[in-house]
Ligand binder design. Structure first.
Ligand SMILES: Cc1ncc(COP(=O)(O)O)c(C=O)c1O
Length: 403
């Protein structure tokens, strides 16, 4: 085991684990688990409410985490809203936009969106009559700047796009899209759930209006997400949820909200997870984005080159120069759910539509298999993966399911 992998208890406890499902959730290092335990072992109380030392100290640690995350993505502390995950962040954004969008306003989206990026806006279409406009994909299933430009009309008010597809792993040219959108007075919300995992983020440079992500996909705790939004937007926007601790004064007929970001954080937050969120950022920085990206992409590319040699395999994202860390594929003529029953004997990977059914419908397939690579994978995982795929293909040939 190399030094990086020694930091993952789960790898130590499962020596044969070939984990190729990091796009669903990354493994968690000891330092993150220790920090979660630190909360339960040494604090266990609520934050932001108590003035007694235990609560005061726990609050301080959560404030430090917010600060750490802000630095991690080069944002201001009051631009960081803690949420329950990327899905929660994206739902909050759509809810908040309800008050700023009008019937007939157009929102640009794409067939690549995860359901968490798409469905909150589909709901807005039903509820207030906005119109969703889909950017056309090119022949490689990519969003291009030209196709984005074609989707803009005088009615476009908002853009909701993924930074990196959770199926193909291809990158959206989001920075250029943001520039064009802003020239047209259009706000942009970026689903960064699959971007922040292996790409360094800088909110000042990129100028996103909103950026959403989940900690658990970047070696952090589950149940915690971030909604980044520019300070001036957060100050203007109405909260999407209401309850304890998000207000300064409540009367029988009125409420005065706290300042952002606290007006967006309702009720008791996932405190242990907030504790560990700063630790997750430090861990990612200690590994380094350069290494994370190059290790993940190069393993994925090695795997795809081997997979391409198997004629019974259909690959949906075959390009190797796109910085992708995922492979979406099927055994020709075999449903992914049938294939997975044999594959999961020795590898952990996904079968299904990966919460991106529109893309699968567009490809005219019900589902696909998805292998996703991260920096703690190694060449042995690639070999196990290819060996198991070959054995599965042979099995389906033997039973006569494929020719
Ligand atoms: C691109 C993308 N967006 C959003 C989400 C939702 O993240 P979460 O399930 O952590 O809320 C995911 C999760 O797989 C994703 O891949």
């Amino acid at each position: 085991m190399n030094n990086i992998n020694k930091q993952f208890t789960v790898l130590e406890n499962n020596p044969n684990l070939c984990y190729l499902d990091s796009a669903a959730s990354a493994l968690k290092p000891k330092c993150v688990i220790d920090k979660i335990n630190d909360y339960y072992n040494n604090y266990s109380c609520n934050i932001d409410r108590g003035v007694y030392p235990l609560s005061f100290d726990a609050t301080k640690i959560c404030d430090e985490s917010r600060n750490r995350i802000a630095k991690f993505i080069n944002a201001k502390e009051n631009e960081i809203v803690f949420t329950r995950g990327a899905s929660n962040s994206l739902n909050m954004i759509a809810s908040m936009m309800k008050h700023y969008l009008s019937p007939g306003d157009e929102v640009i989206t794409s067939l690549l969106e995860h359901h968490s990026s798409f469905l909150p806006f589909l709901k807005l279409q039903e509820e207030i009559g906005i119109k969703l406009v889909f950017v056309e994909l090119d022949k490689d299933l990519k969003i291009t700047v030209d196709n984005f430009k074609k989707a803009i009309t005088p009615k476009t008010k908002f853009v909701q796009l993924t930074q990196v597809s959770n199926v193909t792993g291809y990158h959206t040219p989001i920075d250029e899209i943001v520039k064009i959108a802003h020239q047209n007075n259009i706000l942009v919300s970026v689903d960064g759930a699959q971007g922040i995992t292996h790409l360094k983020q800088d909110m000042v440079e990129s100028d996103y209006d909103f950026y959403s992500f989940s900690l658990h996909k970047m070696c952090g705790p589950t149940g915690l997400g971030i909604l980044y939004a520019k300070e001036e937007l957060l100050n203007k926007l109405e909260p999407a949820e209401f309850g304890g601790e998000m207000n300064d004064e409540v009367t029988m007929s009125s409420v005065l909200y706290k300042a952002a970001p606290h007006k967006f954080e309702t009720g008791t937050m996932p405190i242990a997870e907030m504790f560990a969120s700063g630790t997750a950022c430090e861990f990612i920085e200690s590994i380094g984005y350069d290494y994370i990206e190059s290790a993940s992409v190069s393993l994925r590319n090695k795997a795809i080159l081997e997979l391409k040699k198997i004629p019974e395999i259909e690959i949906y994202n075959p390009l190797i120069d796109q910085g992708s860390t995922t492979i979406a594929f099927n055994i020709k003529g075999v449903h992914s759910h049938d294939a997975i029953t044999s594959l999961v004997d020795s590898i952990s990977l996904r079968a299904g539509h990966h919460c991106c059914q529109n893309l699968h419908t567009y490809l005219n397939i019900p589902s696909s298999l998805r292998a996703s690579f991260y920096f703690y994978n190694d060449i042995k995982d690639v070999e196990t993966f290819i060996k198991q795929v070959k054995e599965t293909v042979s099995f389906f040939k033997e039973v006569g399911l494929i020719g």
